[in-house]
Ligand binder design. Structure first.
Ligand code: AMX
Length: 447
């Protein structure tokens, strides 16, 4: 397999590089931590490492050091497509190099050969109550396949540590290959369709996914290529990436690790924000029975804030400027979306909400993140979902499919570099109070 061959060459070089860094500079201090950070979700504490992606507060995401526009320009595209092959993106995430078209197609081929989902997964999904959320179904489907783990089998047979990454790679490719079929099955089940779609095997993964979803609008496969690429990774500290790393650090396999990650992605402050954004837009539209004027929109935003809620799709733990993933989706929308009231609202919200959040004062990042726009575009392309209630929320499943690309690439590398079990230290409040008092006494002594 091409990815295994490439990694077999680069892993020894990286092992030597990391070992040398640890040997020579292991005691160098990287960061300090304050009491606010200990209590405040470890925001900004530099304590994780990944070479796969980086989020700069001002510039946003870089994948393997390349900006989103660079990635979209340089990855190979299938014939007549606007956006690149997702197989090429996975090659880039894992190897750090841009693939040729031939190499990207080889990754796509691996997925094609492994895409058949075991029948018991559909039985599990079919047996769940109607009100089960799509994200719960998606998580259960992944967990249900855990018994397929090659890593676990090889581990039980007594595999050497330096070989751990190989079955992790196999498991990751096996898992991702099945996700489009699982996601489309959940979509049709939720929407009570009986799908008769048979995907054309000559197409790439995104093209086949478009057919499985039975979305008629031209351009959906291209949207999916763009969507999967920009949602794939966002460095290591976000909830889904960090959960994957944490769970996998106990040598749990990819099925355990990514199903856990999906339960975090399902939260409103993380991946469910895309669903919540669309619901917020629907409420706004319903309240004013159409597109409101700017003053009405401002008022609606303030009502949300004053009722103690967040405005979904705005703000970020790291970013301090408009998310470039939002910007590329807006470029796509501006080009292809014609005469759609909800999309017009996304544009208006972008004009009004940052000023409202600046005026509110406490939000560190008043700008839109990717979730401020993605679901409105998906809805325009014909992906229907109910607005509220526990059985709704399919859009986050698409985020989940995409995110598994990035987090799986990260855990393959974590295994290759022998990263240990994660185990930060906790303190009691009394200990923190003692630390604070000691520092104050020392300051007083000096004064
Ligand atoms: N609307 C209203 N208030 C907001 C806000 C928003 N969009 N974003 C942040 N705030 C509030 C916070 O709730 C916090 O209030 P508090 O002091 O009363 O608790 C205060 O502003 C400071 O928060 P922050 O330091 O700016 O943000 P954070 O790092 O704690 O949280 C995030 C980041 C994304 C969770 C937050 O901005 C938010 O809830 N946004 C809306 C939900 C959303 O879009 N999530 C998706 C993020 C991207 C992703 O993971 N998919």
């Amino acid at each position: 397999m091409i990815l295994k061959e490439k990694l077999e060459t680069s892993i020894p070089v990286w092992r030597e590089r990391v070992n040398a860094l640890l040997r020579q500079h292991g005691d160098i201090v990287v960061d300090e931590i304050t009491i606010s950070q200990v209590y405040g979700g470890m925001r900004d504490v530099k304590s994780l490492v990944t070479d796969i992606s980086y989020v700069d507060p001002e510039e946003g995401l870089r994948l393997r050091s390349y900006t989103i526009p660079e990635v979209l320009n340089r990855l190979p595209k299938p014939p007549k497509a606007e956006n690149p092959l997702v197989g090429g993106l996975y090659y880039l995430l894992l190897t750090g190099e841009f693939p040729s078209l031939e190499e990207a197609l080889q990754v796509e081929d691996e997925w094609r050969q492994r895409e058949v989902v075991p029948e018991y997964v559909f039985d599990v999904l079919n047996s769940m109550p109607e009100y089960t959320s799509p994200m719960t179904m998606f998580t259960q489907a992944i967990l249900a396949m855990q018994g397929e783990s090659i890593f676990l089998r090889k581990y039980d047979e007594g595999m050497r540590k330096d070989q751990y990454w190989i079955p992790m790679l196999e498991d990751s490719i096996n898992l991702f290959a099945k996700l489009p079929s699982i996601a489309s099955f959940i979509y049709h089940l939720k929407n009570k369709h009986i799908s008769k779609a048979v995907a054309d095997n000559s197409l790439d993964l995104a093209g086949r996914f478009g057919q499985m979803m039975e979305v008629d609008k031209k351009g959906f496969a291209d949207l999916m290529r763009l969507y999967m690429i920009i949602h794939s990774d966002h460095e290591s500290g976000n909830v889904s990436a960090h959960t994957t790393h944490l769970v996998a650090s106990a040598l749990s396999d990819i099925y355990y690790a990514t199903s856990a990650a999906m339960t975090g992605l399902a939260g409103p402050l993380h991946g469910r924000a895309n669903q919540d954004t669309l619901n917020w837009i629907y409420k706004l539209y319903d309240k004013y029975q159409g597109i409101p004027d700017k003053e009405e929109l401002r008022k609606f935003a303030w009502e949300t804030i004053k009722s103690g809620k967040v405005i979904p799709g705005y703000g970020h733990g790291v970013l301090r400027k408009t998310d470039p993933r939002f910007s590329v989706l807006m470029e796509f929308g501006d080009k292809y979306i014609v005469d759609d009231d909800l999309y017009k609202l996304v544009q208006m919200i972008f004009e009004i909400v940052p000023d409202v959040l600046k005026e509110y004062g406490k939000v560190k990042d008043p700008w839109p993140n990717v979730d401020a726009i993605s679901s409105t575009i998906l809805r325009y392309y014909g992906l229907n979902d109910c607005h509220s209630g526990s059985g709704c929320g399919f859009y986050t499943v698409l985020f989940g499919v995409s995110r598994i690309l990035g987090v799986s690439a990260n855990v393959i590398w974590a295994r290759a570099l022998g990263q240990p079990i994660e185990r930060p230290k906790s303190l009691t409040t009394q200990m923190l109070e003692n630390i604070a008092n000691n520092i104050h006494q020392q300051i007083e002594k000096f004064e």
